[in-house]
Design a protein around this ligand. Sequence first.
Ligand code: ARG
Length: 459
Amino acid sequence: MSDKPWGGRFDAPTDSFVEAFNASTDVDSRMYAEDIAGSRAHATMLNSQGILTNDELAAILKGLNEIEAEIESGKFEFLIELEDVHMNIEKRLTDRIGDAGKKLHTARSRNDQVATDTRLYLRRRTDDLITRIHALQSVLVTLADEHADTIMPGFTHLQTAQPVTLGHHLLAYVEMFERDMDRFFDARERMNQCPLGSAALAGTTFDINRSQTAEALGFNGPCTNSLDAVSDRDFIMELLAAASICAVHLSRFSEELILWMSAQFNFIELPDAFCTGSSIMPQKKNPDMPELVRGKTGGIIGGLVAMLTTVKGLPLAYNKDMQEDKRAIFDAMDNLEGSLRVFGDMLPGIKVNRDAMLKAAASGFSTATDLADALVRAGVPFREAHEIVGKAVAHCIKEGCGLHEMTEKACQAIDPRLTEAMVKQLSVEACVAARNHIGGTAPEQVRQQCAAWKALLES
Ligand code: ARG
């Protein structure tokens, strides 16, 4: 004999280790509010359709409210022998209200129930993520505006390339987070369909109203194929993909902050509240938060790979493998939300060492491209200009001077078309100011972009 809610055809009880191994309450109990909301909508619909009486519905709704209060006050004990959040709540309801509780599962299965709960839960968490991304973008735009004319080296291959403005650099991340937000909005829209009513896999023999439950739960409508509705986990894969890309953006940003805070760069200092010290080296102030955010990216990407691999070989419709979906996506949601929060809180306290950035921007022949451009303006074909400036750089490396310090004699010795007047005009300020077009690094552009972003973020 088995005392499970599904125990009728079983002779022997579940193996005690299997009971624990099979249970998912440690992971899915956090969906209790969505499970209760789904049950309220389902019971209300059953009543509208004449499947539950008014008294039965009233008892169910009252019982669900009490259970919700019990869970919220920490008094509810989730039992692993009841497997999951769904059976724990249903069993408790039946214990409290008796027969009406036993009727709640009419025209429903845990398969459509778990799919509904998970979509509802992740819809809420996606909204939270979108709010966090938005907040981080606002912080970045404010910082970018403050540093519209703070000059720093721009890198390719992590070698000095051309001077850029810090504001421009920060706005690059605002662009990335905007695409992240779009991906979350897009995934949210696609997952906002209600599986409820699909029952185990084929639908139900009862005269249900799926549009009513879908609407009551804020879905755009019911899923249109019952087999797909109970076996679809695309929304989890999509969210994990969007989360992975967003985490990768945060991780790249982290890497830059970590480099910039090193003594070798000395570009920034992160606030004390977001760093830690060393137990042995008294001088240390470590950028733990960006390091941790960079580290958590590995786990989020791992979740995506785990989910793709889990679903890859599954036949239609529901399979128990799917129970493993929640751990991956919940961890990813928690870690991404935490990472976004840390960045949003940490960045307003960043100290920028403008002098070190400016000095670094002026080193490494960062104005060489602009010298080539000056030659082009004087009629020299670009490829020849490139060659001439390359020789000038070689000369300066040998002499230990900058391009702007070359004498007329030295210029002429390299090429008669290269003049001292051209090299004298070179400055990092002129380099950035000259890139004054849509998407360029000029302070004027950065200010315009900040204004555009502010208007967008406030709308
Ligand atoms: N705990 C299960 C899950 O998360 C709920 C659905 C179980 N359905 C079933 N037929 N065993 O997937």
